[in-house]
Design a protein around this ligand. Structure first.
Ligand SMILES: [Fe+2]
Length: 290
């Protein structure tokens, strides 16, 4: 079995948030990583559920895998991470980019979090530096800093596959927005060029899919396809053109439904806010702040 045959990638699409969670496994050692899990959250009732995360749990248990890593590409604004639930159930180390500290500092202010809240990234087991290598079983993986959507975004390069997070979407959908606190379209352009300078047959796995025109959900493409067909950043689009397009488009977008619940949970590594005296955990809604 060659190294690339040893890698298996399973995508799990969550229709509620259009998020794709992945399990990346090394067939030889049965070790795996989870990328971008989802904790279901119903904003009408304030209730969390683990239906989406339990699909990952079932796959991992049925295939007798050992979880080594529970990875985030970034602190998501459209869904809550299920990382703590999965860690309690399956083990493994949680990880995110080291610049999560910047995101924590910004949103600690936005949410006026309790004084005990730490903006040092210590809620995560590991903070990845740009270019840092790690292993999933015997698969070689590398974290690549791809800021722009947020200051802390990572892409994970594993063998010939890249989990791009919120940088690129499928070619007919385009690219991620850059208007959240700390977002920057110039940086996103540079990050995307970094990804698209990889070999043309590199497989790219999206964090989301928002299919239009009746096409089926899909989340795998290649560098070559993105260069040829991405509606926002195909070959030849200049930085100035991209930034102008992105800024105009972002100005028309509503905030994601779950941005306030999601961000305040995700900067805690997915733990809910500390329970209050009555044993209940509460989310905060800052008024007129975003
Ligand atoms: Fe995102």
């Amino acid at each position: 079995m060659s190294k690339s045959d040893a890698m298996q990638i399973e995508g799990f699409f969550d229709p509620g948030t259009s998020t794709v969670s992945y399990i990346v496994l090394d067939r030889e050692t049965r070790q795996c990583a989870i990328v971008d899990s989802v904790l279901d959250y119903d904003p009408k009732s304030g209730r969390t559920r683990t239906t989406s995360a339990d699909k990952l749990v079932t796959f991992i248990q049925e295939n007798r895998l050992q979880v080594q890593w529970i990875l985030e590409t970034h602190a998501h604004a459209d869904h809550l991470t299920a990382a703590p639930y999965l860690k309690r159930k399956l083990g493994g180390m949680t990880g995110i980019g080291e610049h999560i500290r910047t995101v924590q500092k910004v949103f600690q202010g936005v949410f006026n979090l309790e004084p005990q809240f730490r903006s040092d990234g210590s809620q995560f087991d590991h903070l990845f530096r740009d270019g840092e290598e790690f292993r999933i079983g015997e698969l070689v993986a590398r974290a690549v800093h791809v800021p722009g959507h947020t200051p802390a975004d990572l892409a994970y390069v594993i063998g010939d596959a890249v989990f791009v997070g919120d940088t690129l979407f499928m070619p007919d959908v385009g690219t991620a927005r850059c208007d959240f606190p700390g977002g920057n379209a110039h940086m996103l352009y540079a990050s995307i060029r970094k990804i698209l300078s990889m070999p043309r047959d590199t497989r790219l796995f999206m964090c989301h899919d928002y299919p239009a025109n009746g096409r089926a959900v899909t989340f795998e493409t290649t560098v070559a396809e993105q260069l040829a067909r991405n509606i926002h950043v195909h070959e030849g689009v200049t930085e100035a053109q991209f930034v102008e397009m992105r800024s105009k488009r972002d100005a028309t977008l509503d905030m994601p439904v779950l941005i306030l619940p999601a961000v305040q949970v995700n900067i805690r590594g997915g733990e809910l806010p500390p329970r209050e005296g009555n044993g209940v955990s509460y989310l905060k809604i800052p008024l007129d702040a975003l």
